[in-house]
Write a protein that binds this ligand. Structure first.
Ligand code: KG4
Ligand code: ZN
Length: 352
């Protein structure tokens, strides 16, 4: 019997096992992370080696540098994850890995490590979407949370409004027609001379500013659940460049604050309207921009006014980590989907 045939049987058997330990791997961008998650909700370990300092001097992630650093880090991070979880390799029931979306060379490091490990341990390999992992970050942060809910997925690469009908049943209500929200935060931060990653820097700087600039988002999308952030990004870039040419000094904190107010208003208003429209009283935020303090503040306020329960991941699970991948993998296993064979490869883009 081939490895995959054996794994099909094992995968089926694991669905009814009382305690399932999944070792999960995430390497889609500039964080190398390995976690051990029990039954989808209990994080036994979640080790993250971040490359932020390495990429900072380039003002953004350099893909080739990211891949090389994943290779350097992954074996040690794996050992550390086992040590912290207090388990041996033999106790691992399945290996899960992010196979997309992300930087292809970075993803390949995690995918190949996961394939070798699953084969060596003779356990099933589960291929997980990075975006689905971000949603699952909420399952480990809020053990009572279950679908259905409306989810605002906002990261560096994605911005989408989803209706999550079941752990593996998602329906797209809206998406960005151009830039992801995180991408706009990062580009605005860059033009303001702030360091990478820009989102947290804008969040910090905005606290000492006032919303004096009236930036706008696309009016044409007002009655839809779609977003556009490239217009506001260009408005800020033009303002900064024109002022520099004229020698006019700008207050960066005011720009950061005005930009953040405009983007978070757009996100918060639409997401609450989506909940009402779908008659769902649970709202979940996912992805790195979900860490934004103003976005959380506005969503919490609007949800309270509208009798909607609001969930966001604890900060350490908001940005990239392997625990969220292990959580998602458990619910894929429960639904009998996602089993991969050794031909699994990295996918830079995958549909939500
Ligand atoms: O989910 P994530 O870690 O990686 C992707 O899958 O893209 O998200 C990274 C994005 C970056 O654009 C970063 O600037 C943004 O999340 N971000 C924030 C904050 N923290 C991270 N954006 C706004 N406010 C924050 N506090
Ligand atoms: Zn991410």
């Amino acid at each position: 019997m081939s490895y995959f045939e054996r794994m099909q049987k094992n995968y089926e058997a694991l669905r009814d096992k009382k305690d399932v330990l999944i070792l999960s791997i995430e390497s889609s961008c500039d964080e190398t992370s390995v976690a051990v998650v029990k039954n989808g909700r209990e994080v036994l370990s979640n080790i993250i080696a971040t490359q932020i300092e390495i990429h900072r001097r380039f003002g953004g992630v350099v893909p080739e540098v990211a891949s090389r650093n994943h290779i350097i880090a992954i074996s040690n991070i794996f050992e550390e994850a086992l040590l912290k979880a207090g388990i041996s390799k033999e106790q691992i029931d399945a290996v899960a890995v992010t196979y997309g979306a992300g930087l292809v060379g970075a993803l390949l490091v995690g995918v190949n490590f996961a394939k070798s490990l699953a084969y060596a341990l003779d356990v099933p390999l589960i291929a997980v979407s990075h975006v689905h992992g971000h949603i699952a970050a909420n399952y480990i942060s809020h053990i009572e949370l279950e679908p259905p809910f409306v989810c605002l997925m906002v990261s560096g690469g994605h911005t989408a409004l989803l209706k999550v009908n079941g752990y593996n049943k998602m329906q797209m209500l809206g998406t960005t027609v151009d830039d992801a929200a995180g991408e706009a935060f990062d580009k605005v931060a860059r033009v303001l001379g702030l360091q990478y990653p820009g989102g947290p820097e804008i969040d910090k700087l905005a606290k000492s500013g006032n919303s004096v600039y009236k930036f706008t988002v696309a009016n044409a999308l007002k009655h839809t659940f779609n977003f556009s952030f490239s217009g506001i990004k260009t408005e800020v870039v033009n303002l900064v460049h024109n002022s520099a040419q004229k020698g006019v000094e700008l207050n960066k904190a005011d720009i950061a604050c005005s930009f953040q107010e405009c983007v978070t208003d757009e996100l918060a208003q639409k997401v609450v309207r989506a909940c009402k429209n779908q008659e769902i009283n649970k709202l979940v935020v996912a992805g790195g921009v979900g860490a934004n303090s103003r976005l959380k503040e506005k969503l919490a306020g609007l949800c309270e006014e509208n009798n909607i329960k609001f969930f966001s991941p604890v900060l350490k699970y908001c940005t990239d980590n392997a625990a969220m991948i292990g959580s998602m993998a458990y619910y894929m296993l429960k639904d009998g989907i996602g089993l991969a064979d050794l031909s699994l490869t990295a996918k830079p883009n995958i549909a939500l």
